[in-house]
Write a protein that binds this ligand. Structure first.
Ligand code: 15L
Length: 265
């Protein structure tokens, strides 16, 4: 499968590109920055918020699928978040329709439901409950994916990633961690599962203390192998742990992120 990876120079991209190559896929990298040293794949330097630039990338070679990782990984104001997550996703989906590319795998986030109080294990059918404008952007990007799956018959899998890290370092991570290897397994499953239509899964490892339901991912072929509990002995308590455990979005659900939606000069 020839896969376009957006945000290929970012933290997830730098793990995923070699992972997909090792799994036998061809990878085409796309990022706003030039090709990093050592990334030995065809590369496009372009801004995913620019539909003409995105269309030109699709015109350059045939593609079988897109993995969309590009986007600002932290909080912005509302307009910035919508541009970073919704406009980029829409530009890619328009190009997929125009060029006949049938599948999108999207790096959504747990923050799409981050304001959900920590109680039972959270499923994919819970109501969208963002904790930040970042989370609002992810909810809206998922909505555009759903629309394009319904209108054009695209396959579009939203992976609500937890905490993508080499290893867990806080109490919250014992529940939210996604290991590097499991991230590759997750994207590989989302790329190859048969006709998912629009689907959502939680992108976490097989953590003993998981806050999110892994079954929807397992139904799509995602079989995580790692468990943050293996690192529990290395993780000491911190004063902020109880507050971070109140809502599944952890620190993003805290008051320090409350600010007006629209920045004014
Ligand atoms: C995310 O989606 C963010 O991009 C990252 O900065 C972390 O906050 C992560 O979620 C998390 O919840 O740990």
């Amino acid at each position: 499968m020839r896969v376009l990876v957006t945000g290929a120079a970012g933290s997830i991209g730098r793990v995923l590109v070699p992972g997909l190559l090792a799994a036998g896929h061809e990878v085409v990298g796309l990022d706003i920055v030039p090709v990093p040293e050592g990334a030995d794949v065809p590369w496009h330097t372009a801004d995913c918020t620019d539909p003409d630039a995105v269309d030109a990338v699709f015109a350059a070679q045939p593609l079988d699928a897109v993995v969309h990782l590009a986007g600002h990984p932290d909080e912005l104001d509302l307009a910035g978040s919508l541009t970073s997550h919704v406009v980029t996703t829409a530009a890619l989906l328009d190009a997929m329709v125009a060029h006949g590319v049938p599948r999108l795998v999207y790096a959504s986030s747990n923050h799409a439901v981050g304001r959900t109080p920590r109680a039972d294990r959270v499923g994919v059918d819970t109501r969208p409950r963002p904790d930040t404008f970042y989370g609002v952007g992810k909810v809206a990007a998922e909505a555009v994916m759903s629309l394009y799956a319904d209108r054009y018959g695209l396959d579009a899998v939203a992976c609500r990633i937890g905490s993508f890290l080499p290893r867990p370092t806080t109490a919250r991570h014992l529940s939210t961690w996604l290991s590097h290897d499991d991230c590759v397994r997750m994207v590989e499953a989302a790329l190859t599962t048969q006709a998912p239509g629009f689907a959502v899964l939680y992108g976490i490892s097989a953590n003993t203390d998981a806050w999110w339901d892994l079954e929807p991912g397992r139904a799509l072929g995602y079989a995580p192998q790692d468990d943050a509990a293996a690192y529990a002995d290395e993780i000491g308590p911190r004063p902020e742990d109880p507050a971070e455990a109140a809502y599944v979005g952890g620190p993003f659900a805290g008051e320090e992120f409350w600010r007006p939606a629209l920045s004014r000069p």
